[in-house]
Write a protein that binds this ligand. Structure first.
Ligand code: PLP
Length: 467
């Protein structure tokens, strides 16, 4: 079998899936037992023809696929893939570049350089920042906090990469009480501990209360890392970054480091009508965001940017005698991320930005926010439906009250289960400040007003059936 026949057949299979995406049931149709039966079996002793393998995979996996890339998936914060970035992803696999070094892929290195410049510009970050292409925002948070750990300890004369943390001056780590779980994961991996952090009080939308931060930092001394957030995963709310930057800079003699987790919220910077939400963000020391969420690039694609390239590189770089590092100014991508050998992630980001342009990115983000507001309007017309958050971005939190007395938590969870089973759309639940809530996240480029209306109708149908 030639590449030619195999890849043409694979294109047909992919197109069949993509063409069916708007109409297919959003959630999987197969049970885990059915999927195991269809895909399992002993390790084959002998090989199988590649075309047969791909036909089998496509057929067997299909009922276990979720329409996350389609127009009516509103779970977590996901996003689909804009066509140019999907196509670039195919090429990335065909090219099979090792993105570690300049010498293993000059094209990737330059594309990363160019895409990094575009990203810093569209996100309103300093052009002098260093930038790395990670698997996702979790590793972007990890990378940024590793740079922070390096910098705040270097100020104390401690080389954490060489000496480790045993005996190091203790670092005060401060996060908002609604920090994303992956901030804690990053801290746990960096030896900074998930439970020794100090948590700053938040308001009803999940925003850090600046006065509470100022009080917490007052009179402190020694190395300091503060983690703020642009875009709460439930409410979409933003920490007041301008005030937080000012407060952290007041600790000047401590040289406090401010990190901003903006997995999806940082993209507000690309939209003139939303940019006020991230005002002040450029004054932070590091930022983490995702391309696979709101830029609608295929998985996996995260972005870390650091205002101070030296600690960023010091925390990540690898050296070994056999590594041919370039002498000049060529970019060696492994200087900026935890991995050495890895996928050439710059191509998909480059293609997404090139195909959308500044206006296209702004339009996509703005449209998702308008659709989130439409969702909230449609739902709150119904007596018993409560919108718990200020819909400032693309997230809507919904709670359902029983018509007479009853348990709103149980009813809300029941409505979520019914919507998931209905299959018109998919969304999940959360507990927001002690109350069960349905989460709606509009992050996909393909969602239309008709999709929102059909999904809102499915939600209200499920609510009425559950009462
Ligand atoms: C999604 C998310 C993360 C984690 O990002 P991944 O790309 O899933 O690793 C971190 N922070 C926030 C606010 C998020 O929404």
């Amino acid at each position: 079998m030639s590449h030619d026949d195999l890849l043409k057949r694979t294109t047909d299979l992919a197109l069949e899936f993509l063409d069916g995406l708007p109409e297919r049931r959003v959630r999987q149709t197969a049970s885990v037992a059915e999927l195991r039966a269809a895909l399992g079996g002993p390790l084959p002793e002998q090989g199988t023809d590649a075309r047969e393998v791909i036909e089998h995979l496509a057929r067997a996996a299909d009922p276990g696929l979720v329409g996350t890339a389609g127009p009516r998936y509103f779970g977590f914060v996901i996003g689909g893939h804009v066509p140019a970035s999907l196509a670039a992803d195919w090429l990335t696999s065909a090219w099979d570049q090792n993105a570690g070094l300049y010498v293993t892929s000059p094209a990737n290195s330059v594309v990363e350089e160019v895409a990094a410049g575009w990203l810093l510009e569209i996100l309103g970050l300093p052009a002098s920042a260093s930038l790395g292409f990670t698997t996702g925002c979790s590793m972007a948070n990890f990378t940024a906090l590793a740079a922070a750990r390096h910098a705040v300890l270097a100020r104390q004369g401690w080389d954490v990469e060489k000496a480790g943390l045993f005996g190091a001056p203790p670092i005060e780590v401060v996060i908002g009480n609604e920090a994303h779980a992956t901030i804690l994961t990053a801290l746990q991996m960096l030896g900074l501990g998930r439970e020794r952090v100090k948590r700053v009080a938040v308001d009803g939308q999940g925003r850090m209360v600046p006065e509470a931060l100022r009080e917490m930092l007052a009179g402190g001394s020694g190395p300091l890392i503060v983690c703020a957030q642009a875009g709460n995963v439930d409410t979409g709310a933003f920490d007041p970054l301008e005030e937080i930057v000012a407060i952290v800079r007041e600790t000047r003699e401590r040289g406090g480091w401010l990190h901003v987790d903006g997995a999806f919220g940082l993209w507000a910077a690309a939209v003139p009508s939303l940019a006020h939400l991230v005002r002040g963000a450029a004054g932070a020391d590091s930022w983490a965001t995702d391309a696979h969420k709101w830029l609608n690039v295929p998985y996996d694609s995260g972005i870390v940017a650091v205002a101070h390239p030296e600690p960023h590189r010091a925390a990540m770089t690898i050296s070994a005698a056999y590594l041919v590092q370039t002498e000049g100014h060529e970019r060696d991508p492994f200087d900026w991320v935890p991995e050495f050998s890895r996928r050439a992630r710059g191509f998909t980001v480059w293609a997404a930005l090139k195909s959308l342009g500044r206006a296209g990115v702004a339009g996509m983000v703005e449209r998702c926010c308008a659709l989130a507001r439409r969702f909230a309007e449609r739902l709150r017309e119904e007596p018993g439906v409560e919108i718990l958050n200020e819909v400032v971005l693309n997230q809507v939190l919904v709670r359902f009250q029983p018509p007479r007395s009853g348990d709103a938590d149980a009813l809300t969870r029941d409505v979520i289960a019914r919507v998931q089973a209905d299959g018109t759309c998919w969304l999940g639940g959360t507990t927001w400040q002690g109350k069960a809530a349905m989460r709606i996240s509009v992050s996909g480029w393909a969602t239309t007003e008709a999709d929102v209306d059909a999904s809102a109708a499915a939600i209200l149908r499920s609510f009425r059936a559950a009462c």
